[in-house]
Write a protein that binds this ligand. Structure first.
Ligand SMILES: Cc1cc2nc3c(=O)[nH]c(=O)nc-3n(C[C@H](O)[C@H](O)[C@H](O)COP(=O)(O)OP(=O)(O)OC[C@H]3O[C@@H](n4cnc5c(N)ncnc54)[C@H](O)[C@@H]3O)c2cc1C
Length: 471
């Protein structure tokens, strides 16, 4: 690599999402000010932004839950919002077979119809005996090996298709780490015999949420701490000359750099550069789009929704894979908590799972009625629809081969591609991971320290998530 030290280098950052802001915050903390963040939108936050609709409802781009594996992240969140956090205990449920089943599904199969519960148990017991030396070849095989035929067929395969918009047989499985609760057969049997609901699992059992302004409030506040003039909004990078180290913006303005930290999708970065040698690898990356449909409602949630945070929907009769009761996250997410409440649905889209874009809002409302979340479309006070072309970085079978070509080759030209779609690693693509990818990169450039999150996601995720401070 060939670039001057951080103190003397001209540093350009593409994107003011959590990764770009994390890198900028870290540079600022080191006393380095010769950097500029270029963001194509007119607001910071990226996929972690929030919006207020004309009726006064606040929406995230999908329900953002705040939890972290890093004390650095926690301390920064404490500094930025102080007392302006609300604390919640996660209550996640699966809606299927016209009933709610507590999440994680496999621990609560006692709620299924008797024949399906038997299928699931038989499959789980079968897994104990079916030891194989050969590693699974894909996520579908991993599901069958880990959960057996019953859970695979009734829940895991249909649900994962709905989330990812690709068949599990097209996905790798090593991204899983802590994300999918693995099986504890003894616990499952005790839950059945003692008729016990098992709801507490995972790193996001406790989470916090900004009192006002949605998740985007965090990133607006972080952006305000940066040195004056270092954040340039409305600057769409349309071309990158990796040889001359020059970026060009829509409208024709140019900026030279010594070090480029890019958080835009790495496939788009390659397409906007002259690097024909990398196009084939970039084309090997797969993503899905996410539709977020906010539904502002009159009245109050039904008693069955009173404490629920979010619900998963594996069945094909509704378009969404997840719905968040967003008014539970903060009363300020609705114009008046005595008169309104809100639901936010997520729908995935890919060439393998097309979505009727013009009809998805209407289909979502109909699905909410079908699933008994709302009584009638007449309850709707407001709707909001956002489509993120890059929603989920798909952990496809060819992903790592593509990344192993792209990231080192870009680094040779002084370009560091990081973040949810910069490094395309779903397993380290939440807000905490993304911010830390920015921070760890700067620390590596400053001191030579390791980029743990990028290079060792399992190790980063193995760190015990901290419970957010309650005040
Ligand atoms: C549906 C959904 C639900 C989620 N839920 C959670 C959750 O519960 N908890 C959690 O922690 N995280 C969640 N996330 C993930 C979270 O949104 C990401 O971790 C985070 O936003 C990634 O930050 P980033 O900076 O890497 O990328 P982004 O947020 O994508 O930011 C990249 C920025 O680059 C800008 N950009 C792109 N191209 C250009 C260009 N050519 N020129 C200039 N600027 C450009 C974009 O406008 C954007 O602002 C969720 C994401 C989605 C989609």
């Amino acid at each position: 690599m060939n670039f001057p030290s951080l103190e003397r280098a001209r540093i350009a950052i593409i994107g003011a999402g959590p990764t770009g802001l994390g890198a900028a915050h870290c540079l600022h903390g080191l006393g380095i000010t010769n950097f500029k963040v270029f963001e194509k939108e007119h607001h910071p936050g990226g996929l972690a932004s929030s919006f207020r609709d004309p009726a006064g409802f606040t929406w995230d781009i999908g329900g953002h839950v705040q939890f972290s594996h890093y004390s650095y992240f926690d301390e920064l969140m404490d500094q930025l919002l102080g007392d302006a956090w609300l604390h919640h205990e996660r209550e996640a449920w699966v809606w299927m077979r016209e009933r709610f089943i507590p999440y994680p599904f496999q621990n609560n199969i006692r709620h299924l119809p008797a024949d399906e519960m038997r299928d699931c148990l038989r499959g789980l017991i079968g897994c104990l005996h079916a030891k194989s030396e050969k590693l699974p070849e894909n996520f579908e095989e991993w599901i069958y090996r880990s959960f057996g035929e019953g859970i695979a067929r009734h829940f895991m395969l249909p649900y994962n298709f709905k989330v990812w918009a690709y068949r599990p047989s097209e996905l790798a499985y090593h991204w899983i780490g802590e994300r999918v609760a693995e099986v504890d057969l003894e616990r499952i049997v005790i839950n059945i015999t003692e008729q016990r609901d098992d709801v507490s699992w995972g790193p996001n059992n406790l989470f916090r949420f900004p009192q006002c302004g949605g998740t985007g409030e965090i990133w607006r506040r972080l952006a305000r701490t940066l040195p004056a003039g270092s954040l340039d909004l409305g600057k769409d990078v349309v071309a990158v000359d990796t040889a001359k180290r020059r970026i060009t913006f829509a409208g024709g303005a140019k900026e030279d750099y010594d070090i480029l930290i890019s958080t835009m999708p790495v496939d788009e970065l390659v397409c906007r550069s002259e690097r024909d040698d990398l196009r084939c690898a970039a084309a090997g990356l797969v993503h899905s789009a996410t539709h977020v449909i906010g539904v502002g409602l009159k009245g109050a949630p039904g008693a069955h929704l009173k404490k629920k945070c979010w619900m998963y929907f594996p069945e094909a009769d509704v378009p969404f894979y997840r719905v968040t009761v967003f008014s539970h996250y903060s009363p300020n997410n609705v114009p008046d908590g005595n008169e309104f409440w809100s639901l936010m649905a997520e729908v995935s889209e890919s060439a393998k799972k097309p979505v009727e874009r013009e009809r998805v809002v209407e289909q979502t409302i109909a699905g909410m009625v079908t699933a008994g979340l709302i009584e009638s479309a007449n309850d709707v006070a407001s709707t909001w629809h956002f489509r993120a072309e890059h929603g989920y970085p798909t952990p496809s079978l060819g992903r790592d081969r593509a990344l192993n070509t792209l990231l080192p080759a870009l680094e040779q030209s002084g370009i560091f591609s990081r973040g949810r779609f910069g490094s395309w690693k779903y397993e380290v693509s939440n807000q905490d991971h993304s911010l830390m990818q920015g921070v760890e990169l700067i620390n590596r450039l400053a001191t030579g320290s390791e980029e743990l999150t990028l290079n060792n996601p399992n190790e980063a995720n193995r760190r015990k998530p901290s419970a957010p401070k309650t005040r």
